[in-house]
Design a protein around this ligand. Structure first.
Ligand code: MHF
Ligand code: KIV
Ligand code: MG
Length: 311
């Protein structure tokens, strides 16, 4: 399985042809202080939407477990389930860099497991890089992956895969000790070869401070505006997620309301017989063929009106 070749989007007079996002390009965005845009995607149409007004990175997050599959925790998601969604997102992805979360349990036992699972994610899932949650304890895993040429995005701060042992989804880095351990983790993960780090749920000054201390792009979610880029979960961004709304979420659309309106309008239209309209959404038949059909059936006087006889 080879890495997919860069694809170009058609150019318009106002915009040059979009190029495939590379790791070097992400580093350039950081150096130029151009915010990096990241959105999650779990399926083909969402991947297409992310590619159409292109974000820099499309992330198949393990938030997939909750917002798309209805599990109560990301820890329920298996590698096979993740691969199934990665393939769908890959089919809809053009220029964005495609990254996916390594599911809970696929790297816990050690670097060897991490490499085996990451190879499957690249070969079967067609992703370009993997993301792992953890601090200094996953430095050996990040080393093993990056030494074999598998690009790694690190993820520190709030670690949803550890919500049970951490007694919930809590903002991190609010004490001197916790803030210092996050800075140490960021530097250690950078030294281990991570090309970028997600900073989740930490005070804004700490997000900016870590960003200044490292020389790789940081991607914030609830880490303030001082990071190199931002990520949001798709369903939080478009407003389709009906569960807990974290403080860091902003709805940039109200798709839930529009979906509810559409479903109600469809059900009402079918029930009142206004959908489908016999011509607008139906197929016509040559009049002579129809007459001959009725004669063949012995029913030449048969008439039908969608109004009188809706079924
Ligand atoms: N829809 C959705 N959005 C996410 O960002 C997300 C998921 N799902 N699922 C996987 C993880 C879980 N995440 C979460 C889940 C809960 C909080 C949360 O309850 N945050 C509290 C902070 C509590 C505190 O003060 O410490 C909040 O109110 O923001 C944050 C991130 C992030 N990821
Ligand atoms: C929110 C991002 C960073 C994530 O890890 C996910 O969607 O699972
Ligand atoms: Mg995740």
């Amino acid at each position: 399985m080879s890495v997919r070749p860069p694809k170009s989007l058609p150019s318009t007079p106002s915009s040059p042809p979009a190029k495939k996002t590379t790791i070097a390009h992400l580093a350039e965005l950081r150096a130029s202080r151009i915010p990096i845009t990241v959105l999650t995607a779990y399926d083909f149409p969402t991947a297409r939407a992310c590619s159409a007004h292109p974000v820099d990175i499309t992330l198949v997050g393990d938030s997939l477990a909750q917002v798309c599959l209805g599990y109560t925790s990301t820890t329920r998601l298996t590698l096979d389930e993740m691969l199934h969604h990665c393939r769908a997102v890959a089919r809809g992805t053009t220029t964005p860099c495609l990254i996916a979360d390594m599911p809970f349990g696929t790297y816990a036992a050690g670097p060897r497991d991490a490499v085996l699972a990451a190879v499957r994610m690249i070969q079967e899932g067609q992703v370009e890089a993997v993301k792992l949650e953890g601090g200094e304890e996953i430095v050996p895993h990040v080393n093993a992956l990056t030494q074999m040429g598998i690009p790694v995005m690190a993820h520190i701060g709030l670690l949803p895969q550890r919500h049970t042992s951490l007694s919930g989804y809590r903002v991190q880095g609010r004490t001197v000790e916790s803030a210092r351990s996050l800075v140490r983790a960021a530097l250690a993960l950078q030294d281990a070869g991570a090309f970028s780090i997600v900073l989740e749920a930490m005070p804004s000054p700490l997000g900016a401070y870590i960003t200044e201390q490292v020389n790789i792009p940081t991607i914030g979610i609830g880490a303030g505006p001082g990071t190199s880029g931002q990520v949001l979960v798709w369903d939080d961004m478009v407003g389709t997620w009906g569960g807990h709304k974290a403080k860091f979420v902003r709805h940039f659309g109200d798709v839930r309301k529009e979906v509810a309106r559409g479903v109600a309008a469809y059900v009402d239209a079918v029930r009142d017989g206004s959908f489908p309209h016999p011509e607008r959404e139906g197929y016509a038949m040559d009049h002579g063929e129809w007459e001959n059909f009725l004669i063949a059936e012995g029913k030449s006087g048969w008439t039908w009106s969608s109004k009188e006889n809706p079924v």
